[in-house]
Design a protein around this ligand. Structure first.
Ligand code: SF4
Length: 352
């Protein structure tokens, strides 16, 4: 490591940011609410994917009080397609706390921000530094990767001690001014140059002269990650029940994966049609007009894998003892939050 490294990195990085910063809508004006919304949306999601969702969300819910007052179902609908709905739920919970107890004003320090639901170490640092120019770091997976390469850190960045060491390194690099820009420069470097997948673009990197991974040919081995256990998998049987142009939907319970969102009726485990009839007694021979299998679909969550298959079943009449709501395809598309795990099945009913 060169002795001048820690002094030069922020200078080089800020100069690079001045020339190469990504143009993003939440950077147009310094609005803490917009920065917060963008940071929550950007968790696990690329900026290009977030853009249309962000514009729509801000267009409809332009400030904290609007988010606090919105029906949860509407917030989910605006979030639909981004996944990880817990982020939306927590953000609305936090907005209610801010609206009801903090006069509608988001706290300005990382310590206070972290007390709100859904705001962790990274997000608190990002909001406090970008919106309020607080001298605090914002270290996410991108920054862990950059710093591990830059300093040649050979231990797993998923190890808490290593992550904490990296946070200390970044804190030591923070400039006295333009802290928000410094953190955003690291974010942009991770998104556009020191890439997560594939070869980093070291020739375009303002820090290449200092970079251990680049200079010692360690790019293919850094950052190191711990061996991950295999995701558990679950089989489910999805039933698209149609009656006179309307489809059955059921709301998922609270406190489960995809809590409070809408799904097609689903049975745990892989069932043949005989198994479905046993589980749902209203599927009598008299009631069922036709049955056809629907394509299988695998949906991968961060910690779990679902393997879905099932049946499209036409019914003569809406069964009065079934615990579902029945809605037309267009109504479902517009007004119900059906998570992307069921996207191929939504396509079957809406044709889109
Ligand atoms: S030189 Fe290459 S590996 Fe090192 S920080 Fe820059 S882009 Fe990443």
């Amino acid at each position: 490591m060169k002795p001048e490294m820690n002094k030069d990195i922020p200078v080089l990085l800020l100069a690079w940011y001045d020339a190469h910063a990504r143009v993003l809508p939440w950077r147009k004006k310094n609005d803490p609410y917009r920065i917060w919304v963008s940071e929550i949306m950007l968790q696990q999601t690329r900026a290009e994917t977030v853009l249309p969702y962000y514009e729509k969300f801000i267009g409809e819910l332009p400030d904290i009080r609007a988010l606090a007052a919105a029906p949860e179902e509407r917030v989910f609908k605006l979030w639909q397609g981004l996944g990880y709905y817990r982020r939306a739920r927590n953000m609305q919970l936090a907005a209610k706390i801010v609206a009801e107890t903090l006069g509608g004003i988001l706290p300005s320090t990382a310590e206070e921000l972290k007390k709100l639901p859904g705001i962790g170490e990274y997000t608190a640092g990002a909001i406090a530094s970008i919106a309020f120019n607080r001298r605090t770091s914002a270290v996410d997976g991108n920054v862990l990767r950059i710093v591990a390469r830059l300093y040649g850190i050979a231990d797993s960045i998923e190890d808490r001690t290593v992550a904490s060491q990296i946070r200390d390194i970044v804190t030591g690099l923070l400039p006295d001014t333009r802290v928000g820009d410094f953190n955003q420069a690291l974010m942009d470097l991770g998104a556009t140059v020191c890439l997560p997948n594939g070869e980093p673009l070291c020739k375009e990197c303002p820090l290449a002269e200092f970079c251990e991974a680049h200079n010692r040919n360690l790019i293919s081995v850094l950052p190191k990650r711990s061996d991950r256990p295999q995701r558990p998998r679950q089989d489910h049987t999805v039933l698209i029940l149609e009656c006179q142009g309307r489809f059955a939907l059921q709301k998922r319970p609270e406190n489960v994966l995809l809590a409070s969102l809408w799904q097609f009726p689903m049975l745990q485990g892989a069932s043949d049609f005989g198994g479905c009839k046993k589980a749902l007694p209203f599927l009598t021979d008299d009631a069922v007009l036709s049955v056809a299998p629907i394509p299988s679909h695998r949906h991968i969550f961060s910690h779990l894998q679902w393997d879905l298959a099932g049946y499209f079943i036409r019914l003569k009449e809406i069964p009065c003892d079934a615990p579902y709501i029945w809605a037309a395809a267009e109504d479902i598309r517009k007004n119900y939050s059906v998570p992307s795990a069921f996207k191929p099945y939504m396509k079957i009913i809406t044709g889109e």
